[in-house]
Design a protein around this ligand. Structure first.
Ligand code: ZN
Length: 439
């Protein structure tokens, strides 16, 4: 790799996906641990192991799955399907088998896609005592011998469930929770894109001081989120904003799925950021399926957690098949997703209520030199956006300690950056203070 390529953020994101792609991940086991170990080489990560059998909310941590090898062979010895060729070939949580199986019986253990006959489907059987193979439908149709030798070398046995947490403290107690499922085997968009974007976002967030802390959880889908929630109930009041990250590398435009609350600050920040990109139509209402937002947004927790994607789960033909491969995710799309995530959370970070210190009548702005700052001219701040006098009047008028800057931007119909810049200028002049600050 030359310097130019390694400096390119899109290429760096894609390189994470390439490094992780061959690993056979599942909801427990060595592949998940290897993935967490990779992440820990790039950002600080604390890994927690929760023993099999531990009760978590209404669930129980499952036994650990250890697949080592799996083949279907003709009796002549020729391999027809080999797990070593593709991690999708083995039904997840298959138990051990070693016997000759009649073709008719074998068929009940085969999974293929008649409408996409060259692709391998992704199938799981976490909670069923079962075994099976996933294969191209064309291969299945060509299997006409009366018997095949099936060998699966795998254990389903007591062990533990692993998850990783990257925590970057902020100056306040509130945190941003990013949740990334890390349990899918060789699938690029559906989970590796999210892992890649989360790694690079953590580095960016850590490089600057922030008001909000950042907590990224890398965990197996469903059971991992349930386990984390069960073990972190005292932490949940600190979750100020949350996002599930997934499917961030395909060529589709960005999508945001709202939290169950529908109008949480993160919902409005994401909607505003998508609107800035001309994708206001890609904001979707909450539905209680999809990814782990349905755990965070279950009614007992009802956390402000939405889901940031490009093409939503199930909406693209490559979804949960071997076509969700490294060439399906694009460096530019990954980079665009990272930039969008940065923008959404920059708005969330800046979106706070202020209080007008001179609320009786309009303060005299000219005397304080504020008109000179309009349009960004003469501003010594760091690249503040331009704002007009009306934006400044909106911020002064609405900053009664309850209205946050994004709500003011929405009500005034002004860009968030302009409202933020006006607030910064007013604060500098002593006309605004943070709502929670006395004086
Ligand atoms: Zn999936």
């Amino acid at each position: 790799m030359d310097m130019a390529a390694s400096d390119d953020i899109g290429e760096r994101l894609h390189a994470h996906a390439r490094a992780l792609f061959p690993i056979c991940r599942s909801i427990t086991g060595a592949g998940l641990r290897e993935t967490l170990a990779y992440i820990a080489r790039h950002i600080p990560l604390a890994v927690t192991e929760v023993p099999s059998g531990t009760p978590v909310l209404d669930w129980t941590v499952p036994p650990e799955w250890t697949p080592r090898a799996a083949t279907i062979r003709r009796l002549s010895g020729e391999a027809v399907v080999d797990f070593a060729d593709h991690s999708l070939h083995l039904l997840q949580y298959s138990h051990a088998v070693d016997r000759v199986v009649p073709r008719g019986e074998l068929d009940q253990h085969l999974h293929s896609l008649p409408d996409q006959p060259d692709l391998i489907p992704y199938r799981t059987a976490y909670y069923a005592q079962s075994w099976g193979f996933c294969l191209p439908h064309r291969t299945r149709l060509a299997m006409t011998d009366p018997e095949y030798r099936v060998m699966i070398d795998a254990d389903v046995a007591p062990g533990s469930l692993s998850y990783g947490e990257c925590v970057i403290p902020g100056s306040e107690a509130g945190e941003i929770l990013l949740s990334v499922h890390s349990c899918h085997p060789s699938l690029a968009n559906d989970n590796l894109s999210g892992i890649a974007v989360a790694i690079e976002f953590a580095k960016l967030w850590a490089a600057q001081p922030h008001r909000l802390g950042l907590r990224i959880v890398f965990l197996p889908g469903t059971i991992g989120a349930i386990t984390w929630l069960a073990r972190n109930r005292e932490r949940l009041p600190h979750v100020a904003h949350g996002l599930v990250l997934t499917c961030l590398g395909d060529a589709g435009p960005p999508t945001y799925k709202r939290s169950r609350r529908g109008d949480a600050a993160i919902d409005r920040a994401a909607a505003h950021a998508l609107g800035e990109l001309g994708h206001a139509d890609r904001v979707q209402a909450f539905v209680p399926y999809g990814y782990d937002e349905r755990q965070y947004c279950s009614p007992g927790f009802n956390l402000p957690v939405g889901c940031l994607m490009r093409s939503p789960n199930g909406s693209f033909p490559e979804y949960h098949t071997s076509a969700d491969a490294l060439d399906f995710i694009r460096p530019d799309a990954l980079a665009g997703s990272l930039a969008l995530l940065e923008r959404v959370l920059a708005i969330a970070e800046a979106d706070r209520p202020w209080r007008n210190t001179q609320p009786f009548g309009e303060p005299q702005l000219g005397r304080r030199g504020l008109y000179a700052k309009i349009g960004g001219a003469g501003d010594t701040g760091s690249g503040a956006a331009a704002f007009d006098p009306v934006t400044m009047l909106w911020v002064l008028n609405q900053s009664d300690g309850g209205m946050s800057l994004l709500k003011i931007a929405e009500r005034a119909g002004k860009p968030f950056d302009a409202v933020e810049a006006a607030a910064a200028a007013l604060a500098e002049a002593g006309l605004l203070v943070p709502a929670d600050q006395p004086g």
